[in-house]
Design a protein around this ligand. Structure first.
Ligand code: ADQ
Length: 497
């Protein structure tokens, strides 16, 4: 059923009768861990996750879903259905409740959504924020649609807020202008923003003609969170350059009687759930692993969305270089790349797919024989549990993005390992995760020989060294896990940190 926000609020107040349930959805203080976190949580992201089965979601959806599952609240995102707004400009929303979580799916006009999502978000901001000026596409209609869609989100959200006490947590580059649009509608709530992708250095950032507006938009939040110290530094320098606003040692800046906090909140994973899934690997994963053991084959694994920021062609070239420089790995190592399809309407993504298929074909054409396929390339998404099993069954985890906000696969690889016989993570210095995961083999993904040599080192690493590196990494990802990420962000947003 599609509803307008005023109808929803009336209905919600009629249906939420049970006092326990009312508490769960906000209003009263609630206990999370050993601290009280008051106020209802309202999360906004471009898309909603599947709250009926969060175990099958990756990355962002898990982080948000768990925060809501823990304390209850509302999640607003775009609906998978589209709506022609010709007759009216009022937001149309589908409400659903599963346990303590209420979702609000906002129906949007298809053309406008496409110009916002494939256009400004993924053809302008994504390449710009990943330092790829060569791929940035600026078009006036992209920007216009981006602002329109954000205005629609703001209007819908303003109607869903239950008062000034709701804590609003906005996610990612699709929704940068949301706080500014909400402020224009008179919303005075605390609003936080978390950027899941990198923030570029000022010299690159100013290459977008809209840089001043984007900074002004970000200044409307109360808390702006980033994955790494590098990103925080880049953001603060851009703010300083544009507005002469300076941040104190705690990351606070005063402006117009308000305080803006900018800090780093490195995202983590649910370590236990990955470890559990890895332990209970599916039968076909076990059979594949046993077959390799019998053949004496070691497996190198890569798992990514098929995105040009992930450095996939270079990674395949590095594997080919491994075979050239270290021929003892011919017929002794195999590289499994799982690359799920993504954003296929954007032309840069079709290009990367063609490039990757050509590279995999060329390497296999050169080296494969009847008994050995050097590269196994799977172009589809794999279930979370199967993925965890595959990560555990691989002696090397190869994570070599050219630029990445964090990269959760790096952390998932560590969590999935057998502590008594762990594999080795080879990690790009340009992944946000490299700031935390110093005991992995850190490489420059542009230096193909260096990556090839790091893979060789990983394949030959003695057990004692593998255990020492892995246990240090596991400790760190356990301490900085998904629960700690959301606890620290929300405590900061609530003004407790
Ligand atoms: P992504 O760019 O999507 O995320 P990443 O952090 O690696 O990158 O998260 C991907 C998630 O999807 C992981 O949980 C992974 O297991 C899963 N996944 C990837 N390929 C898959 C496949 N073929 N089948 C099944 N699952 C697959 C963005 C930023 C990152 C940041 C995250 C979270 O770009 O830098 O770490 O958000 O903030």
């Amino acid at each position: 059923m599609l509803q307008r926000p005023d109808e929803i609020l009336n209905e919600a107040s009629q249906t939420v009768g049970d006092p326990l349930e009312r508490d769960a959805l906000g209003g009263e203080a609630e206990l999370t861990g050993d601290r009280a976190i008051p106020r209802r949580l309202v999360v906004v992201s471009n898309r909603l996750g599947n709250i009926r089965d969060l175990s099958q979601a990756g990355g962002l959806a898990v982080g948000i879903g768990d925060a809501l599952a823990e304390r209850g609240g509302l999640w607003l995102g775009a609906s998978a259905e589209y709506q022609d707004y010709a007759a009216s400009d009022e937001p149309l929303i589908r409400l659903e409740r599963v346990g303590k979580i209420e979702t609000a799916a906002l129906t949007l006009p298809y053309e406008e959504y496409s110009l916002y999502y494939n256009g400004y978000a993924n053809s302008t901001l994504w390449p710009l924020f990943h330092y790829r000026l060569d791929l940035v596409n600026h078009r006036a209609e992209f920007l216009h649609a981006y602002r329109q869609i954000n205005a629609r989100f703001a209007k819908a959200l303003a109607g869903l807020l239950s008062g000034n006490d709701d804590l609003v947590w906005v996610h990612d580059y699709h929704l940068i202008p949301l706080a500014a649009q909400l402020r224009r509608l008179g919303v005075r709530n605390r609003i936080g923003f978390f950027l899941h992708i990198p923030f570029p250095p000022p010299d690159l950032f100013v290459a977008t003609p809209d840089h001043e507006e984007l900074i002004d938009d970000l200044l409307q939040y109360d808390v702006v969170g980033f994955q790494t110290e590098t990103d925080v530094g880049n953001f603060r320098r851009s703010v300083q350059a544009a507005n002469s606003i300076t941040f104190d040692i705690n990351g606070s800046a005063e402006m117009n009687g308000r305080t803006l906090l900018s800090r780093c909140f490195p995202i983590g994973i649910d370590v236990d759930s990955i470890a559990r899934m890895a332990n209970e690997a599916a039968e076909d994963v076990q059979i594949d692993s046993m077959r390799r053991q019998i053949l004496g084959l070691k497996q190198i694994i890569g798992v990514d969305r098929l995105d040009y920021s992930k450095g996939l062609p270079g990674r395949m070239q590095a594997f080919a270089r491994l075979l050239e420089r270290h021929p003892e790995h011919e017929r002794a190592a195999t590289y499994l790349q799982i690359a799920s399809p993504t954003r296929e309407e954007v032309s840069a993504y079709a290009d990367i797919r063609a490039q990757l298929e050509a590279t995999a074909g060329a390497v296999n054409g050169r080296y494969a024989d009847l008994a050995w396929t050097p590269i196994r390339y799977i172009h589809r998404a794999v279930s979370r549990s199967r993925l965890a099993g595959l990560l555990r069954a691989s002696q090397v985890g190869l994570v070599t993005p050219l630029r990445d906000g964090m990269n959760l696969v790096a952390k998932e690889y560590i969590a999935a390992q057998d502590e008594a016989d762990p594999g080795v993570l080879v990690l790009s210095r340009f992944a946000g995760a490299a700031e935390e995961l110093a005991e992995s083999l850190i490489v420059n993904p542009y230096a193909v020989d260096e990556v090839a040599d790091a893979i060789a080192k990983a394949l030959a690493m003695p057990l004692e060294e593998r255990i020492a590196r892995h246990s240090a990494l596991l400790k760190r990802i356990t301490r900085n896990d998904a629960a700690e990420w959301r606890r620290s962000f929300l405590a900061t947003l609530a003004g407790e940190n």
